[in-house]
Design a protein around this ligand. Structure first.
Ligand SMILES: O=C(O)c1ccccc1N[C@@H]1O[C@H](COP(=O)(O)O)[C@@H](O)[C@H]1O
Length: 195
């Protein structure tokens, strides 16, 4: 991700994900990434105690809350850690966009992703996209698009939504949970081809 020129790298702390890393690995990778790319700690409904350990190990620049964290929880996490927070919003219908308004002014950035199935064991990183047209006329200023993006569709996604930033996981992997440097490079090049 650093070599490809990505601005942020996500570190997944969710045991059911194939991308989960332990604290020791986070410490090592965090040091390698320091000053070279913004480190984002991705968590799902994490407790304060778990976040304490993650922040201590990774020293992230940002936190990505990818579970069912309420607006009050987002505000509490932001206050406790003094770090910018990205709040993921699962989108399946226009009501989900409307509901995201509750996080404006609390989260530093909203991340619109496909809404996970109610019985999904991992609420993201599954390569599932959603109807991008739901994001038309979105009022939010600081937001990102994710969900099923890859080098083939990201240009169209950016054109259709006008997203200021994108996030990708599965679409730059050679197999589930294994990132592919060439795919990351091609993805970043496709994004930058528009700027
Ligand atoms: O990547 C994961 O394993 C993950 C686990 C739990 C919650 C979110 C996760 N990833 C995020 O999901 C979206 C969409 O990913 P994809 O490109 O569709 O695979 C993205 O924001 C990831 O950061």
């Amino acid at each position: 991700a650093i070599a490809a020129g990505a601005e942020m790298a996500g570190f997944v702390f969710f045991e059911k994900s194939p991308r989960h890393i332990d604290l020791e690995t986070a410490r090592t990778l965090g040091l390698l990434a320091q000053g070279r790319i913004a480190r984002v700690a991705l968590t799902v409904n994490a407790s304060d105690a778990a976040l304490d350990e993650i922040v201590d190990a990774l020293a992230p620049e940002m936190l990505q809350l990818h579970g069912k964290e309420s607006p009050a929880r987002v505000a509490a996490v932001k206050a406790r850690f003094g770090l910018p927070v990205i709040k993921a919003i699962g989108v399946a219908a226009s009501e989900d966009i409307a509901a995201s308004k509750a996080y404006e002014g609390l989260a530093d950035m909203l991340l619109f992703d496909a809404k996970p199935a109610p019985d999904a064991s991992v609420p993201g990183g599954a390569g599932i996209s959603f109807d991008w047209d739901l994001l038309r006329n979105i009022g939010a200023k600081n937001w990102m698009l994710s969900g099923g993006l890859d080098r083939e569709n990201v240009v169209e996604a950016l054109r259709r939504t006008g997203a200021p930033a994108v996030d990708v996981s599965s679409g730059v992997e050679r197999e589930r949970g294994v990132k592919d440097a060439e795919k990351i490079k091609a993805f970043v090049e496709a994004v930058r081809s528009l700027s």
